[in-house]
Design a binder for this molecule. Structure first.
Ligand code: ATP
Ligand code: MG
Length: 213
């Protein structure tokens, strides 16, 4: 497809970039440089009008919300924390799949009254427990959540689980399933209106590419 307006797509390095690349390729978009080998944060592509910006996964909704990027790819976990203001979520890209779980020691009592929860996902965890009328104390962490119950920082954690090996290696188990997670394509609401043909074209092409996977 051809792009009439300039389009910027925000991606994070790592698993999302690796899994998004073949989808972009199927849509005829190829970066001119290897993301793993460059320190550049902006990658030109074979389309003069299409650029990729490489940022932290948690920053993707912010760039798209403010229109600094027209499109972005990021995990549903990140989107739930962000709240989704200023953006649409037109496609589930079915990549970087995992699940969000409550986890802890096998004998942890997750129905106790003042439960202390350590997590990167404060909003998701709060909403999950609030829905069943349970008040929790949230302790915000940025990584290595598994450590929290071990050192007595929290009773349980809320984290992403793929194989469960990291939990197991630390003597913890998944206690309660919360939701499925995968990466989503998001688009800035104003871009969707102002550059409608280009945006719709990209969404359609990616959605075709997904069906052929
Ligand atoms: P960093 O690891 O640099 O601190 P991050 O954790 O935000 O940043 P990634 O580890 O690349 O970045 O995760 C990006 C997204 O990939 C997450 O938001 C989530 O949607 C998904 N993800 C994270 N862990 C897993 C996993 N174990 N299996 C599958 N997908 C995952
Ligand atoms: Mg990570």
């Amino acid at each position: 497809m051809n792009f009439e307006a300039p389009i910027t797509i925000a991606l994070s390095k790592g698993r999302i970039f690796k899994d998004t690349l073949p989808l972009l390729e199927a849509a005829g978009i190829r970066p001119l440089e290897d993301a793993d080998k460059t320190r550049k944060l902006i990658l030109e592509t074979n389309h003069e009008n299409v650029k990729l910006v490489l940022i932290r996964a948690t920053d993707v909704p912010t760039y798209v919300q403010w229109g600094a990027a027209d499109f972005g790819v990021t995990g549903k976990d990140v989107l739930m924390e962000h709240g989704g203001e200023g953006l649409y979520e037109p496609l589930d890209l079915q990549i970087a799949k995992c699940e969000m779980w409550v986890a802890g020691y096998p004998d942890a009592d997750i129905t106790q009254r003042r439960l202390r929860v350590a997590t990167k996902y404060v909003k998701s965890a709060h909403d999950f427990f609030a829905k069943r009328g349970q008040q929790c104390e949230m302790i915000k962490l940025y990584g290595s959540m598994e450590l929290a119950p071990i050192v007595g920082l929290a009773d349980i954690i809320v984290d992403l689980v793929e194989s469960g090996n990291t939990l197991k290696a630390n003597g913890l188990v998944p206690l309660e399933y919360m939701c499925d997670i995968s990466s989503r394509l998001v688009v800035n609401k104003a871009s969707w209106k102002m550059k409608h043909n280009d945006c719709l074209g990209l969404v359609d092409t990616l959605s075709q590419a997904l069906k052929q996977k």
